[in-house]
Design a protein around this ligand. Structure first.
Ligand SMILES: [Zn+2]
Length: 339
């Protein structure tokens, strides 16, 4: 028996005497008769208590239990949907974008099977739906992480139902949070380096010192050999060239704004593949340039660090025009869907 059903039965039981008072009928106390006969014996306080009355009480109790179950389910679903209103992109927990290997595999598989956008899926899983009693095959469990998809199973229908519930009970919160995740993930179609042997680690907020002590707001992709101009950088998404040129920190960089609103930032390029214009459209997979070691100084500075691609993702929120989020799991997602 589910928790809400237990609650409903207890609720109905405690109301039976109040019902008797309201209807003017006596409270009843029924006990089983002699063993094996199944006969109900009635003890009366102020009058006769017939089988007909007992039937009406039972019908009423059943009605109350049903209403209570429906009400508690509704309240639970609304409560889960409203949890999204407490999610804010500026919080460290959100920006870290933590996933486990298993959760990543589930995300890729569910998106492939259901046609759901990854942004919608992560918004749904961000809520505490793990407490739902109707999780099929325990497809979603509480792992202590913010994203709780653990196995695929038959969870697609379950997640689609939750999407509808969230749109019904808290469409504003759902659109807002799924919009953040969509900006980060929905347009990803390619891994940004068109070569084998690239390695990278989750170095979100690792200490960096150039330009003052700060946290690392991106992921560094390292090539198998420390060679400039050998490894092609491609756009992970389609989008519009928003910024291009030299930055003291990023060297030769290019930034692409994807259709869902994410800003994809590629830095330390050795050179560009051609002359790009701000406002120009590029498709996913467009070669942007070659991996290099430019940056950490005035234009033309090279060799202050090993050749690598610094990759970052930035989103816009109500409170920030440029908010960095951890791209590590987005790169892993790209690698998985491109495999
Ligand atoms: Zn970096």
């Amino acid at each position: 028996m589910r928790v809400e059903e237990c609650f409903a039965v207890v609720f109905a039981y405690t109301l039976k005497d109040k019902f008797a008072a309201l209807t003017g009928r006596p409270g009843i106390k029924c006990v089983c008769g002699r063993k094996g006969q199944g006969i109900w014996r009635e003890q009366q306080r102020n009058g006769a208590c017939t089988l007909k009355q007992i039937s009406s009480y039972l019908v009423f109790l059943f009605f109350l239990a049903t209403v209570s179950v429906q009400l508690s389910t509704l309240l639970f679903q609304q409560g889960v949907a409203w949890q999204l209103s407490g999610v804010h992109a500026e919080e460290d927990d959100f920006r870290r974008l933590s996933l486990s290997e298993q959760q990543l595999a589930s995300l890729v598989a569910i998106c492939r099977d259901s046609g759901m956008r990854p942004g919608e899926l992560l918004a749904i899983l961000r809520s505490d739906i793990s407490k739902s009693a109707r999780i099929p095959g325990k497809a979603v469990s509480d792992s202590g992480s913010q994203i709780r998809a653990e196995t695929l199973g038959n969870s697609v229908d379950f997640l689609l139902k939750w999407k509808l519930r969230m749109l019904r009970y808290n469409s504003q919160g759902f659109e807002r949070v799924s919009g953040y995740y969509s900006a980060i993930l929905d347009d990803v179609a390619c891994f940004p380096v068109d070569s084998d042997g690239i390695v990278y680690e989750n170095s979100w907020m690792f200490e960096r010192n150039y330009g003052g002590r700060r946290g690392h707001e991106g992921t560094d992709l390292m090539p198998p050999e420390n060679l400039c101009g050998q490894y092609r950088i491609v756009s992970m998404t389609e989008g519009i060239v928003e910024k291009i040129g030299w930055l003291p920190l990023g060297g030769y960089r290019i930034g692409i704004r994807s259709p869902s609103g994410g800003y994809f930032y590629y830095a330390h390029l050795d050179s560009y593949s051609r002359s790009f214009r701000v406002g120009e459209y590029v498709s996913a997979g467009t070669v942007l340039g070659w991996m290099g070691d430019t940056g950490y100084g005035p234009e033309g500075t090279r060799g202050k660090f090993d050749v690598h691609l610094h990759f970052g993702i930035y989103i816009r929120t109500e409170n920030a025009q440029e908010l960095s989020v951890n791209p590590y799991w987005v790169l892993r997602f790209a690698q998985a869907i491109c495999a």
